[in-house]
Design a protein around this ligand. Structure first.
Ligand code: ADP
Ligand code: MG
Length: 208
């Protein structure tokens, strides 16, 4: 069960990702179990889990990071010249379909940090999560930058949805820090002042 205490607003060291992060995963967006949107109202893009074999010790749980979609197949709000890098919250867990033997990767993509967050609580109505047009089959690249929390059992679907809403906000606040936001801003001359390692990661993210 979830410990009954307030949640930290950020996760991971302020200075930036520390080993084993960033963790790179990629693949085409595949069909999941159809649970994300239908049952919880949270669409999660699934990619094949093969890449996880490189990280056998990776804990199951909720993580944050950045993603890009192949701009030849998906243009974010009409931007189509180069890939847009967006904040993401993701869960790595066991796939109940395969008798809990296989991990699965479920990625929820959020709006840019400069855009309003639908999960920043403004009233007490139902939570709405960010929804894009479907992009099944589109190549996706993901850099995991930090760990948020383990998976818990919940007393209700509402309690789970509320925890995921907070995960989204923790991810956004965590990514706003200078040691992380440099992974999101991949535009034009933004390479200035960014270390060579970060530049390499950014190139990997966006060069499809
Ligand atoms: P599935 O079980 O097939 O993964 P979901 O209900 O989890 O179905 O919906 C995921 C699909 O929704 C993604 O593959 C993608 O095409 C689309 N989608 C729309 N908005 C988002 C978003 N914000 N984050 C992730 N996927 C999204
Ligand atoms: Mg899904």
């Amino acid at each position: 069960m979830r410990p009954d205490r307030p949640r930290d607003p950020v996760a991971g060291p302020d200075s930036g990702p520390e080993a084993p992060y960033p963790i790179q995963l990629s693949g085409p967006v595949i069909k999941g179990f159809g649970r994300g949107s239908k049952e919880l109202g949270i669409p999660t893009a699934n990619i094949p889990a093969d890449g996880l074999s490189e990280y056998p010790d990776l804990d199951v749980g909720v993580y944050y990071g950045v993603v890009a979609l192949d701009p030849r197949q998906f243009s974010y709000e009409g931007e189509n010249a180069s890939a847009t890098v967006l904040p993401a919250v993701l869960s790595i867990g066991y796939n109940p379909f395969y008798k809990n033997k296989m991990k699965s990767i479920e990625i929820h993509i959020m709006p840019r940090l400069t855009e309003p967050s639908p999960t920043a609580q403004v009233d007490s109505g139902p939570t709405h999560f960010h929804k894009l047009p479907d992009f099944y089959g589109t190549p996706l690249r993901l850099l995991i930058l930090g760990y948020i929390r383990p998976e818990y059992d919940y007393v209700s679907v509402e309690a789970l949805v509320e925890d995921i809403r907070v995960d989204c906000e923790v991810a956004r606040q965590s990514l706003r820090r200078p040691g992380y936001v440099c992974y999101l801003n991949v535009d034009a001359d933004a390479d200035e002042g960014v270390g060579e390692k970060v530049q390499r990661w950014r190139r990997w993210l966006t060069e499809f």
